[in-house]
Design a protein around this ligand. Structure first.
Ligand SMILES: [Zn+2]
Length: 190
């Protein structure tokens, strides 16, 4: 029986996050520090914040972070990407060329962050509409969730987080690499 298990490999670990969240995370809570504001209306409890749980997954990246999303306007997620680059994680971001220059986009800030390499689709007719990320090449984050503040607080969105599923994660990895090769280096400048 043990032999069968070893051939099959470890079972995939999967969980789902759903949005909208009740509130954005408290800045102090995100830093793991106690909040001293008397009537802070931001979220402190990670178990009630899908965004805090998603940020924790990105925060666990130790080697690589590959992000392929339509748009990034959620500052907390942009900060998590920048923090990953600062701790020497190799960060690659593929995003939509038109969204990248829209108001509120965090993409130009990412483009000037050392350690973050950015590419866009450079197509007028089609959008880079994916919403997935690969953490350390072993954990897949995907779903309807756009990396925007509106998706956190307003929309009904889902995110599935999967690890221990090399077949599925391999397919997403190959697609990311294919899109990366197809995308040109970003012309986005601060
Ligand atoms: Zn607070």
């Amino acid at each position: 029986m043990g032999a069968c298990l070893s051939i099959a490999g470890p079972l995939p670990q999967q969980r789902a996050l759903f949005f909208p969240d009740r509130a954005m995370p408290c800045r102090q809570a995100l830093k793991g520090q106690p909040c001293r504001r008397k009537h802070c209306t931001y979220e402190h409890d990670a178990s009630r914040s899908s965004l805090m749980q998603l940020l924790a997954v990105i925060g666990d990246a130790t080697t690589t972070l590959d992000v392929c999303v339509f748009t990034i306007t959620c500052n907390e997620l942009a900060d998590a990407i920048i923090a990953a680059a600062k701790r020497k994680v190799r960060v690659r971001v593929i995003t939509d060329d038109i969204q990248a220059t829209s108001q509120g986009s965090d993409v130009s800030e990412l483009a000037r962050t050392p350690g973050v390499t950015l590419r866009t689709d450079h197509q007028k007719e089609a959008h880079m509409h994916h919403k997935f990320a690969l953490v350390d090449g072993t954990t897949l984050v995907n779903g309807s969730f756009n990396w925007t503040r509106a998706a956190v607080l307003t929309n009904y969105e889902n995110v599935a987080i999967t690890s221990g599923a090399p077949g599925l994660i391999g397919e997403y990895t190959r697609e990311f690499e294919r899109l990366w090769r197809a995308g040109s280096d970003s012309k986005i400048r601060p």
